[in-house]
Design a protein around this ligand. Structure first.
Ligand SMILES: Cc1cc2nc3c(=O)[nH]c(=O)nc-3n(C[C@H](O)[C@H](O)[C@H](O)COP(=O)(O)OP(=O)(O)OC[C@H]3O[C@@H](n4cnc5c(N)ncnc54)[C@H](O)[C@@H]3O)c2cc1C
Length: 422
């Protein structure tokens, strides 16, 4: 997957996802250039979905009808200085938005590990970064504008009934044309990488800075790297911090991949959007030949979760590129994996071999079951639908919302139907 250098022309509607494990089954691909054209398209179709930047790994968004990219619509960024909010086109990539916010003196409170993803696509799956006081990216959503099943344009905000059900919408409630996000004044961070953490210090490490990620490979019980993204005025970690040593050169989370793809480390100060993501816009994030799975469990269960996974470490290690441990603060959004639960999050970047990976995903889920894990909506999981329903107090409310907003199943896909049968 080459993404070296700035992306030139706007991409076509993708025929497959970024990882290449899903070839979209749509019978037609569309890239409307105006809202009116989009509304007519939606009104006239019987089966249809939006695609964002195609960075999810499962078939929730894979329709057999019309697949629509909103990247051809006019891309706008409007800052409301009074409210401290920005309204952006749903198809805009976080990396493009971040650059524009930065020039106006604003920031988003958090970002995912990569800036390449679209705002609407990321919000639809509750994409997140790390930081135990930071909500996931959907938590910053103040309003949405969407084209609903009958082609109408609907605007909803935090005062709208059932708004908390609509934000993490799995792409199933309509095509999101504009998103309003809370912004904060711009800020600077420094990124330090520390090596070889003892598990006993994991909780302290995760809470030690603005945003912390811990990487490991399940080959030893020790944790390979701690990536600390810390406020510029926070002192650097002391030489013997939690028994770790300082990395003396830049790192990539996946061993053997080029550190040049990553945002600056070694404590060099820089703006929020060039430190919070691990990967630079314009460069390949992660490995490219991979699958991903991720599970949100209660924040307090970190040590017990790692101990439970020790039993299947011998299965995990051979199909793993890297495992990342993060934290996310609780929110109120109905389908957010962080719904009313401060979370510890265990992420797996697997090799790109579905047949080899799926049995290990099942083994991991079996070990995690006592912790009521909520899988990332955009990644690979095999959780039984009835089990998953038990893990979300508002699951049935979301099903009712789906039936109300999409009575003719226009946005339904086979995978969505497994989890929300109609
Ligand atoms: C290398 C890599 C690193 C990643 N890192 C992280 C990470 O740090 N944290 C994390 O949480 N996740 C991470 N992810 C997962 C990724 O953020 C999510 O899968 C996210 O949904 C991708 O956004 P997208 O725009 O590519 O969405 P797509 O994959 O295109 O679509 C996802 C879903 O959103 C729907 N959708 C898209 N656009 C719209 C729209 N305009 N209106 C309505 N519905 C829409 C689609 O129908 C589909 O159901 C990573 C993925 C990759 C490949």
């Amino acid at each position: 997957m080459t993404e070296q250098g700035p992306q030139a022309a706007a991409p076509e509607v993708p025929r497959r996802n970024w990882a290449g494990n899903v070839r979209y089954a749509a019978r037609a691909f569309h890239r409307p250039t105006s809202i009116d054209e989009l509304r007519r398209l939606v009104a006239g179709s019987t089966r249809l979905r939006a695609v964002g930047s195609g960075h999810s790994f499962n078939r929730f968004g894979d329709t057999d009808g019309d697949l629509v990219s909103l990247a051809g619509l006019p891309q706008t960024v409007e800052v409301d200085h009074e409210r401290g909010q920005v309204t952006v086109s749903g198809a805009m990539r976080y990396g493009d938005l971040a650059g524009q916010l930065q020039t106006q003196g604003y920031a988003l409170a958090n970002l995912a590990s990569l800036p390449h993803i679209s705002v609407a696509g990321a919000v639809a799956t509750a994409t997140h970064g790390s930081g135990q006081t930071h909500a996931n990216l959907a938590g910053a959503v103040a309003a949405l504008e969407l084209v609903t099943a009958d082609g109408d344009l609907l605007r909803v905000d935090r005062d709208t009934d059932r708004f908390a059900g609509m934000v993490v919408g799995l792409g199933a409630l309509g095509l999101v044309t504009r998103v309003t996000l809370d912004v904060v004044p711009t800020f600077q961070l420094r990124q330090y990488v520390r090596l070889d953490l003892d598990r006993a210090a994991l909780d302290e490490a995760l809470g030690s800075a603005y945003s912390v990620s811990v990487f490991t490979d399940w080959r030893t019980p020790r944790l390979r790297e701690v990536w600390r993204k810390q406020a510029v005025d926070q002192p650097p970690p002391p030489a013997d911090w939690l028994g770790t040593t300082a990395a003396d050169q830049p790192r990539h989370p996946v061993l053997g991949m080029p550190p040049e793809n990553c945002t600056p480390q070694l404590g060099e100060p820089g703006p929020w959007h060039e430190r919070l993501p691990h990967f630079k816009l314009g460069f390949t994030p992660s490995s490219g030949d991979e699958l991903q799975s991720e599970y949100h469990v209660p924040r307090t269960s970190a040590a017990d979760v790692l101990a439970a996974l020790d039993d299947v470490a011998h299965l995990i290690a051979p199909v793993l590129l890297v495992c990342e441990l993060r934290t996310v603060a609780a929110d109120e959004l109905w389908l957010s994996p962080n719904h009313r639960r401060d979370s510890f999050v265990v992420h797996f970047t697997w090799i790109g071999d579905t047949a080899a990976v799926l049995p290990v995903v099942a083994a991991v889920e079996e070990r995690l079951a006592p912790f009521a894990p909520r899988p990332h909506w955009g990644k690979v999981f095999v959780t039984d639908p009835a089990e998953l329903a038990n893990r979300y107090p508002r699951y049935a409310d979301f099903a009712a919302l789906l039936a109300d907003l999409d009575p003719k199943n226009k946005f339904q896909t086979d995978e969505l139907n497994r989890y929300f049968p109609r």
